[in-house]
Design a protein around this ligand. Structure first.
Ligand code: FRU
Length: 486
């Protein structure tokens, strides 16, 4: 099964042994690097992007991700693999899928998992770039939907091609990818993201009775002028009786505090009206307001929870960087978050298992009138919860040297501002009617900030020193604080 890797367009030929050797040579540098994360899924060496194949299978959680082992700046994509019994302690299982066939030779691109009986199915896009003078949008690219199966969740069998370019509608470019598969009423469905020849983003819906033969059902959503030219990584699911579509569109221009990242990731609450021909919806809402969030994927676990993990990073960014590249790695996944619907909006909260990571605890309630510095809240790797009552006026919190969280009451705006520790990341904000709580997960080089119990979230890489004085708060109000070292 593990053959030589042949990336035809890059003219590289590397054996699996050579890949293992390269990883072994660099993995200690990565592990010991200053910014290595303590409780996030990060690459052993090299580059990580989208989470793939999230599932709960035979009593264990599986997370795969887009992986380029040899280059921290990205390149040929593999699927790497972690598993866990509790969503917080992860076993690294190395590379699960290699770009070792003619149909995926230029990348085992993103996809999803489906558990069916005793078997785990993975579906992904096999990327092929023909050699020659092509634009790779209308010509020169193959996007094959491929399936592999496993009974132990670790070893995967033969690659079976399910769909090729010929199965995609005429009015589409060759950008059609990222299959997300689910089962409903004894039928199987697959959504793919695509770019129409009209340069608008779309979702394509395929259906199957046996997981092997697929036919186009409909193009249920897309063609919206204001929502970009390409929709990547779609996900579709039902939560609390609402139909929800996730898309990661490219090409939405920034508008005030909205859409400030190079590409967006967001959700749409809509309805399929039974026949699944048309996904009716009104609004696309960004899932995260920070600098580093893309290509989220969800799955339902055995207790019925809808859990989301995203890539804490973005492709093609030039305005900010990650100093981890100097230590031969880049990017991480977010912590797993459970999804809920509250007041017709999607809300995200860290899964309850995160409590297992809690170590030393500090708790107090304090009345603040002006500036206060809490040296006991110093640290880099922690969980911090703040409930804010009787807030009269603005609120500001400064932590880890130069990360500022500010709520401006008059503007009803919440802002995240980073100084030099942002490595080019400066300001992001979101409209917020009132501020009642902050829930912060800080790791060596990341921050995930849940506002008002997950009503809004800011996710960012951040390289703040550990020499800060503590957490500084400026407000007029009563604050209850819980902090755990993690
Ligand atoms: C999103 C994406 C996917 C693609 C994968 C390749 O970040 O561009 O559309 O399958 O990354 O790594």
């Amino acid at each position: 099964m593990r053959k030589n890797i042949q990336a035809v367009n890059e003219k590289i030929q590397i054996t699996n042994e050579e890949i293992d050797e390269a990883i072994n040579k660099t993995k200690d540098i990565v592990k010991k690097s200053k910014w290595a994360l303590k409780y996030h899924i990060m690459p052993e060496t090299g580059w990580l992007n989208d989470p793939n194949g999230l599932c709960y299978f035979k009593g264990e959680y599986h997370v795969f991700y887009q992986y380029c082992p040899f280059d921290a700046k990205g390149g040929l994509k593999f699927w790497a693999h972690y598993k866990s019994v509790d969503l917080v302690t992860w076993d690294n299982l190395g590379i699960a899928l290699y770009p070792d066939s003619e149909s995926d030779r230029d990348g085992v691109y993103s996809g999803s998992a489906l558990v069916e009986g005793e078997e785990l199915y993975l579906f992904y896009t096999g990327n092929v770039r023909e050699e020659g003078n092509y634009d790779y949008v209308l010509t020169g690219r193959q996007q094959n939907v491929i399936c592999v199966k496993s009974v132990d969740g670790i070893n995967f069998g033969e690659k079976k091609i399910l769909l090729t370019n010929l199965d995609f509608p005429e009015n589409f470019t060759l950008h059609v990818r990222d299959p997300k598969v689910w089962k409903e009423n004894n039928n199987y469905y697959m959504v793919l993201g695509g770019r129409g020849k009209d340069n608008k983003g779309y979702v394509l819906l395929y259906e199957s009775e046996d997981l092997m033969k697929w036919k186009l059902h409909s193009i249920p959503a897309g063609g919206v002028e204001s929502l970009g030219y390409m929709w990547e990584c779609p996900d579709f699911f039902n939560l609390e009786e609402k139909d929800i579509l996730f898309i990661s569109p490219q090409g939405i221009p920034a508008k005030g505090e909205l859409y400030n990242n190079i590409y967006q990731s967001g959700y749409i609450i809509g309805s399929f009206h039974g026949d699944k021909d048309n996904f009716n919806f009104k609004e696309f809402i960004e899932l995260d307001r920070g600098f580093d969030f893309y290509a989220p994927q969800t799955f339902k676990d055995n207790s019925g929870r809808r859990i989301m993990i995203a890539w804490m990073g973005l492709p093609d960014v030039t305005e900010y960087i990650n100093p981890t590249i100097e230590n031969s790695w880049q990017h991480t996944l977010t912590i797993p978050r459970e999804l809920f619907i509250e007041n017709e909006k999607l809300v995200q909260r860290p899964v309850s298992e995160m409590k297992k990571l809690r170590k030393k605890h500090i708790a107090f309630k304090t009345c603040i009138n002006g500036d206060k510095v809490y040296s006991e809240l110093k640290g880099q790797v922690f969980e911090l919860k703040m409930d804010i009552e009787k807030l009269a006026g603005d609120f500001q919190l400064i932590m880890r040297e130069d990360c500022k969280l500010t709520y401006i009451l008059e503007e009803k705006m919440f802002k995240l501002s980073l100084g030099k520790s942002g490595y080019g990341r400066k300001n992001r904000s979101v409209k917020l009617d009132k501020l009642t709580s902050l829930w912060i997960f800080s790791d060596t080089s990341s921050l995930e900030i849940f506002i008002n119990s997950g009503q809004e979230v800011f996710t960012t890489r951040f390289y703040g020193s550990d020499e800060e004085q503590g957490v500084k708060v400026n407000c007029n109000g009563i604050v209850s604080i819980d902090k755990w070292d993690l």
